[in-house]
Ligand binder design. Structure first.
Ligand SMILES: *Cc1c(COP(=O)(O)O)cnc(C)c1O
Length: 435
């Protein structure tokens, strides 16, 4: 099929993320991808600033990841995980256990980030049930994002999540304010008070606290300081709650440490991983938990965890995930992430002077330009304008942000930063014109 036919059929039949099939949004056809580049079918080659939503940390079409997939496909693509096991799943579990805190010993392999959040919530509620606590609510943070399935949605920010539409079917959880303090140096003791008050007030119904450590991703690309995590850990211990960290976006080096929780020096009881787990090759996620959770769930009668997807532990995805982790650990990812951070700070900070920019922030290999106003009224021209700059960046709400593959070269990163500057300038010009 040629490009026009593809686009026509796509618009006719396909739902894309958060779109209408009746009013389809403009699309670009990608024919291949290599390194940090997406090859468009119209002949243009653009630099990917999004890592396909945090996942393609090693870039596209990586020979080692390709090899892992090809070798595994010749053994078996998939077998059921009930009553059967295999080397790809066992080796991956071993890597995950070794690379995380010693207390995280048990691994549940799930099909996607959202499903891993479902499993984490299920673990927490089942633990509460089997240990006789019978508490059924979670404490979550405003501006949080944990996925699109119903359980995950119920702990997403109730305003910018989709709560209003589904209010009647979603379980009602407790929401604490979004963290405000970005730097431990600015921490004041009273900042934890609202969290303590909510936990005190609801302690008899709360089973767990769920947060994205240090970076709230799709809920607003907000950064906050490690002290919140230490304080939340203390509160969870004091009030006998489990602590769940959703590191689906932050895991595997993105914030400068292998996992964000390391920067706080504390460990959650349950940890969700996804996105970069397979280096962007396939959908796979993992839930790790400690012995307290595992023993608690086992305490009751049969004591089984009631979850088991058809494609659980998919060998193909596990093989690529192990190869991706090996690649990460063999690489100089830490200095690359630091170099990206330094360059993003240097090249984006002058945007703070723009009247339409509210804030510029950088953490690890994440750069965010927060505008004063949302961009959706510009979505008729902005995506095409961005591709004309030779880059792939996808603004949402009032945010222009990038989290490039770690392998990006400085000249390529510079092009991404120049494109962001051009986007801000173009928006500024229109702003002035419309007064
Ligand atoms: C993307 C994301 C999810 C959902 O993962 P999917 O694989 O898209 O289902 C959950 N939590 C966080 C923090 C995420 O960034």
């Amino acid at each position: 099929m040629n490009q026009d036919e593809l686009l026509k059929l796509d618009a006719k039949h396909l739902w894309h993320p958060y779109t209408s099939v009746k009013h389809p949004s403009p699309m670009h056809v990608v024919s291949s991808a290599q390194g940090v580049h997406l090859q468009l079918m119209d002949g243009r080659k653009i630099i990917d600033g999004m890592s396909s939503w945090w996942s393609a940390i090693h870039g596209y079409n990586h020979p080692k990841l390709n090899l892992a997939a090809k070798q595994q496909i010749d053994q078996m693509s998939h077998v059921m995980f009930g009553g059967l096991t295999h080397s790809p799943a066992v080796s991956l579990a071993q890597r995950l256990v070794n690379m995380t805190d010693d207390s995280l010993q048990y691994v549940f392999l799930a099909d996607s980030g959202s499903v891993s959040v479902e499993v984490a919530i299920k673990m927490a509620l089942q633990y509460s049930f089997t240990t006789g606590r019978h508490r059924q609510k979670l404490l979550s943070l405003r501006s949080g994002y944990h996925g699109d399935t119903f359980g995950a949605m119920s702990v997403c920010d109730p305003v910018n999540g989709m709560h209003s539409m589904f209010a009647k079917v979603l379980p009602q959880h407790i929401f604490a304010p979004a963290p405000e303090c970005r730097d431990d140096a600015d921490w004041r003791a009273e900042m934890i008070d609202p969290y303590r008050q909510l936990i005190e007030q609801h302690q008899h119904e709360l089973a767990a606290v769920i947060v994205e450590p240090l970076v709230q991703g799709a809920g607003g690309m907000r950064f906050y300081c490690p002290e919140y995590l230490r304080q939340l850990r203390q509160l969870c211990d004091e009030f006998d709650l489990l602590l769940i960290f959703d590191e689906i976006a932050t895991g595997f080096g993105r914030t400068g440490s292998l996992f964000a929780y390391e920067q706080a020096g504390i460990v959650p009881d349950i940890l969700c991983l996804g996105k970069a787990l397979t280096g962007g090759y396939m959908t796979l996620a993992a839930v790790l938990c400690n012995d307290r959770v595992a023993s608690g769930i086992a305490a009751d009668g049969a004591g089984v965890l009631m979850h088991g997807p058809t494609f659980m532990g998919n060998p193909l995805a596990c093989a690529v995930a192990s190869a991706s982790i090996d690649l990460l650990q063999e690489s100089d990812w830490q200095s690359r992430v630091t170099a990206i951070e330094t360059q993003l700070k240097a090249e984006l900070s002058q945007l703070n002077n723009s009247s339409i920019v509210n804030d510029v922030r950088v953490k690890g290999a994440i750069g965010v330009v927060e505008l004063v106003a949302p961009v959706w009224e510009h979505m008729d021209w902005l995506p095409a304008f961005i591709v004309e700059q030779g880059v792939w960046i996808r603004p949402f709400r009032n945010l222009i942000y990038i989290m490039p593959p770690y392998i990006i070269e400085s000249a390529e990163l510079r092009q991404l930063c120049l494109a962001i500057t051009a986007i801000v300038e173009a928006l500024e010009v229109r702003q002035k014109r419309t007064g």
